[in-house]
Design a binder for this molecule. Structure first.
Ligand SMILES: [Cu+2]
Length: 455
């Protein structure tokens, strides 16, 4: 499994190196979004231009990045900081970060084996008391006592669990990790406000001895190189501004304007983990796979959906169905052991819920006019989708490069790979303060079966 110390993975000089190019990054992202817009209107999928002309080799990492520990002990600090949005806004947030690190959104993904004794030490650098609840975990203790609601003398709820005092308090939560699956951890204090402010993260519980399975069933095995968390959330910038200014807030009547996957909005969701221009938003959300192959790629990708927001997020993976195998930490298994997993083209992720879904591409052919049993007639050039000097969508349904470039086009996609968007189908959630396409949206990338040479 990946950990913080081993997160540097597959170099990808196509899309991601473009995105790492400092001055051109924002412009390129805008062009990429424009290409997505055109492609989305034209078809469920698209091929986009590479921006490799700007290539600047940089190590990148994709996919789930675990924070794990041999003793399953984690030290988190609640701090304030700022995140950026694709429209140039800077938003005051609160978040959990590693105590040895700095502010980040969302909190690190804590990965533990089922049955392990887990210890989470919360330090509080915020100006008000805060806490962590672990929904789905039982017998949680706080400083050795049962975690339980804290009431005022008059019986009003102060916190769902014992908090850490403002400014420099701390509290230690302990529990035995429950059944395999994906869970939220989030503030249990002034919940409507503090969770909106960003105090949330993901807890991944793996089957003991089988870290490559989503749950205890052997048919939930996935490819560890293709594991993703999609932590979905929303931001009301007015509420954040009020908190920053020390003004009263009415969290019950907030209006979200930004919608995020892993603390980023489209197109920042496409950037690699630890992109330099997103220093407080370390986690990307681009799924990057190859088609199923019995020898070289026999296991599907695993995407762990989590909702830290206040409304339903109908997440639409677009290009392919996904098989939901675990919900809220429960494997979808009948009382007699029968498989109750199901294929879905739209995953309704409700507030507080988690869905773990397997996804792969099968029966995919590489385009080869000499040997392909179903030759594809490319449309006449004037009927193909051309965007600027960079993007050419040939409208072939096949992976792989497709002949020579049309006149006036300087770059094809990197190696004939395929991209499709994936987004919230509540389309106001696929915006950045009302501007489409953005928000809770990302891209799935499928490389040709032979892979994608980066040179
Ligand atoms: Cu769609």
């Amino acid at each position: 499994m990946r950990t913080l110390t081993t997160h540097l993975r597959r170099p990808d000089r196509g899309l991601t190196s473009l995105l790492s190019t400092r001055l051109t990054a924002r412009l390129a992202q805008r062009r990429y979004a424009a290409a997505l817009l055109a492609g989305t209107l034209a078809t469920v999928g698209l091929a986009v231009g590479t921006f490799g002309a700007h290539a600047e080799a940089a190590p990148t990492s994709e996919g789930l990045e675990c924070l794990s520990d041999a003793h399953n002990t984690f030290s988190l600090t609640a701090r304030d900081g700022y995140v950026s949005t694709p429209d140039g806004n800077s938003i005051y947030m609160w978040g959990y970060g590693p105590s040895s690190g700095s502010f980040q959104l969302p909190g690190p993904v804590l990965c533990v084996p089922s049955g392990a004794h887990v210890r989470v030490i919360l330090h509080n650098a915020l100006s008000e008391a805060t806490s962590i609840v672990f929904p789905g975990q039982s017998a949680v203790t706080a400083d050795g006592k049962p975690a339980q609601p804290q009431l005022t003398d008059t019986g009003a709820m102060m916190s769902l669990v014992q908090p850490a005092d403002a400014t420099d308090g701390s509290v230690t939560y302990e529990f035995t990790a429950g059944s395999p699956g994906t869970y939220l951890y989030e503030s249990g204090t002034d919940v409507a406000k503090q969770v909106q402010m960003g105090l949330y993260g993901a807890l991944v519980v793996r089957p003991a001895g089988h870290p490559d399975q989503a749950n205890d069933r052997t048919d939930s095995r996935f490819s560890p190189d293709h594991e993703y968390v999609f932590l979905l959330s929303e931001v009301d910038p007015d509420l954040h501004l009020a908190v920053e200014r020390g003004e009263a807030v009415d969290a019950a009547h907030s209006t979200a304007r930004y919608f995020m996957i892993n603390g980023r909005s489209m197109p920042d969701t496409l950037a690699p983990n630890h992109a330099s221009w997103l220093p407080t938003q370390p986690y990307g959300a681009m799924v990057h796979i190859k088609p199923y192959d019995a020898q070289t790629n026999p296991y599907p990708a695993l995407i762990r959906y989590l909702n830290a927001g206040s409304v339903n997020y109908p997440f639409h993976p677009h290009g392919s169905d996904e098989r939901v195998v675990t919900q809220d930490g429960s494997a979808l298994v009948g009382s007699g052991g029968q498989d109750l997993s199901y294929l879905k083209y739209d995953l309704d992720v409700e507030p507080g819920q988690s869905l773990d879904a397997l996804m792969d591409w099968r029966d995919v052919e590489q385009w080869d006019p000499a040997t392909n049993p179903i030759p594809t007639q490319l449309p006449a050039i004037q009927d193909q989708l051309l965007v600027g000097p960079d993007t050419w969508f040939s409208e072939s349904g096949y992976l792989g490069k497709k002949g020579s470039l049309p006149p006036n086009i300087t770059a094809n996609n990197e190696c004939g790979e395929y991209y499709h968007v994936a987004h919230s189908h509540a389309l106001q959630q696929a915006t950045n303060y009302g501007a489409t396409f953005g928000g809770m949206m990302t891209v799935f990338r499928i490389d040709p079966p032979a892979g994608c040479p980066t040179s």
